[in-house]
Write a protein that binds this ligand. Sequence first.
Ligand code: LRH
Ligand code: MN
Length: 441
Amino acid sequence: MDDIAVKRHLSALPQDVIDAENDKLMAAHLYDYESLRVRLERSDVDIETVVRRLMTLEVGLPSWGMISGGTRFARFPMPGEPNNIFEKIEDCAAVHQIAGMTPRISLHFPWDVTYDYTEVRQYAEAYGIGFDAVNSNTFQDQPGQTLSYKYGSLSHTDRATRQQAIEHNLECIEIGQKLGSNALTVWLSDGTNFAGQAQFAETLERYLDSMTEIYAALPDDWRVFLEHKLYEPAFYSTVIQDWGTSILCAQQLGPKAQCLVDMGHHAPNVNIEMIVARLAQFGKLGGFHFNDSKYGDDDLDAGSINPFQLFLIFNELVHAEERAAKRGAAFDPSYMMDQSHNVTDPMESILNSARAIGGAYAKALIVDRAAMAAYQDANDVMMGHNCLRLAFETDVRPALAEARRRKGGAIDPMAAFRATGYRAEKARARQPRRAERGGIC
Ligand code: LRH
Ligand code: MN
């Protein structure tokens, strides 16, 4: 098996420890890899092709996910968690060193505000880390803020409050340009708790007016991602409540506006994979916030509750990518995580989620699409379905491990991470964060 040259940056983790852990597992890994190679060959799937595709998979990490998350009830900090943007970038680099598929961090403003973004960019580049979409925040009032977002921001009835929110988004674009990002994610908490509190059409018109000003400020190569959400913090209506409203707004705004699918932002049992197919079909699939949920917007680890749904989403993504290729159309959704790690080590949760996302993609890559299409045309329902079940039930872990190994990462991410003693070392080096009553972060 050939080793691809790995471009070396500053290492957040001792690479020799990762290599030593891999050496311990190499014999078993080679055996498992060969068994999978033979297994896939029987279905005319070349494992080398799968591994190479897996090595192109990249998922952005949420800066706010690098620290312990919380709920409205409480947040329980963990020793050694990062206290500033530099420590968050260092942890992101450590995760990428092991997982090989998380080369970008997505910042949130003003949570990640700092003085010198060129310094931040240089620090990240030294670790080989780039910047994914930047996130604006008009769902909290900042100390000293003149106009409150209690009754909304970009859709507020008051022109001055909307202008304040527009200017914040323009500032996020400026910061993003300094960081080398090329997208802005706008999630809006604007909504109502009572019928009669606001007029739906007029509210959306104000939102579109504001977004039109933000859209006009986008650099040529930028995109703006509209993130819909069913509810919370508004509990009667939310301005961008579903993918339908989101795609209508994205179509109205223009080609640089696309829709972002946060997996936790839908009513229970909604067919998210079909939403993905729809958005892709109309060229409006901008990106994802991968996570998982059992009830509401739980922001749990991707693949930890419903791995079959994550697989079905990647099945639609692989199909959409092939459709786009046939039509010479662009297909470049931005994959990001958006999780809240309330009871686990954030880095371990992210390593686990990266494995789940990579695994879902690997399984989607081995689906026999020609056979499935033939069964679909013949309305052979059971055999069509079983094409997906067979792929989902295939243990693709050796292919994923090999993709990580070839990028200098770990065959077993969790074992390698724990072997480095990174968190204990950071617990000694970093200031402890004080416990807070409540709040996401
Ligand atoms: C809203 C959301 C959004 C972020 C926030 C941290 O629920 O998913 O993407 O701004 O979480
Ligand atoms: Mn989100």
